[in-house]
Design a binder for this molecule. Structure first.
Ligand SMILES: [Zn+2]
Length: 317
């Protein structure tokens, strides 16, 4: 079959979805997550994950994008069933986080064939998912105000996997920093179209002038919260959204709960996007804005013209 046959779709763990059917979306969050950096705060309870999704659905949520990459307890084995039982569309991530989240020996093994691994997870199936559920995005990470050798290596592999598949690339910015470095590396050096890049955690470095400078690149600007784990940045969330809306950038904004720890998951959790932030945005900017930020923008950010890898045409069924 032709490797260039394309269809615009959001790739969920239950299959490819017409972007128009995605619905209200938490664009950056976690059902499962484990890291040596967060001892005792593991998100590893399937019942708690189901409860998060049910509460989100009860508040009007329809789609949930998990940014947990490979090797961090993302529980790809459970995601399809969770989506089925809760009725919430789930998008899963391939990719890698910063080196500090991995055992060094594990990381060394992963470096071999990294781009091929990402491509396989996007086109054939997530490692550990018996039902062949596929990843719908590539998660990468930067460092604090810069990029180290590991993050550069992972981003090069992510760019290669993007060119092979069409997948969007979602970026963790450490404390919200280094977005200019990321755009320079991914887009200028590796040729990823900026509109396929989602810059995450920008509100954790609420330099509004910098964010207005990033916006003309065309990249999606993802803001997240509130969270007990990042409360110091929550103060800026509304003002950051407002500044970018007033700068004419509403169509590039994404919102997520980004609940990364057990403590962060406690109320209000991701539903706050719909019950707290959404109504405030409506009061300030009118009812159209929450729809754009929570429904229309995610449908564009996560939709891709998916390409099958040349030797993996059988992955589409
Ligand atoms: Zn996250």
């Amino acid at each position: 079959m032709s490797a260039r046959a394309t269809t615009s779709a959001v790739r969920t763990v239950l299959g490819d979805l017409d972007p128009a059917d995605l619905g209200v979306c938490d664009a950056h969050d976690h059902l499962f997550l484990r890291s040596p950096r967060l001892p005792g705060e593991e998100l590893d309870d399937p019942a708690a994950a189901a409860e998060v999704l049910r509460a989100f659905a009860a508040a009007g949520g329809r789609a949930f994008v998990q940014w947990t990459p490979a090797g961090m307890g993302r529980r790809a084995d459970l995601l399809p069933e969770l989506s089925r039982t809760t009725g919430v569309h789930l998008v899963a991530a391939t990719g890698l986080h910063q080196a500090v989240h991995y055992d060094p020996a594990d990381l060394e093994r992963r470096y071999a064939g990294l781009a091929g691994f990402f491509v396989a997870e996007l086109t054939t199936g997530l490692h550990g998912a018996p039902e062949g559920a596929r990843a719908g995005l590539i998660k990468v990470a930067g460092d604090f105000h810069g990029l180290d050798a590991h993050t550069r290596r992972v981003m090069a592999a992510a760019a290669e996997a993007h060119h092979a598949t069409g997948a969007p690339i979602a970026v963790h910015h450490e404390l919200g920093t280094a977005a200019p470095d990321v755009l320079d590396l991914l887009c200028e050096r590796h040729g990823v179209p900026p509109g396929r890049v989602i810059l995450g955690h920008l509100n954790r470095h609420p330099d509004l002038r910098l964010q207005r400078e990033l916006a003309p690149s065309g990249a999606f600007l993802a803001l997240d919260g509130p969270s007990r784990a990042h409360h110091a940045t929550d103060h800026h969330l509304f003002d950051t959204v407002a500044a970018l809306v007033e700068a004419g950038r509403a169509d590039q904004l994404l919102l997520g709960g980004d609940t990364t720890t057990r403590a962060a998951r406690h109320a209000p959790g991701p539903t706050h996007l719909l019950t707290g932030l959404g109504p405030r945005l409506t009061r300030a900017f009118g009812p159209d804005l929450p729809h754009r930020l929570l429904t229309a923008n995610p449908a564009r950010a996560f939709a891709a013209e998916w390409r099958a890898a040349p030797d993996e045409g059988a992955a589409d069924s």
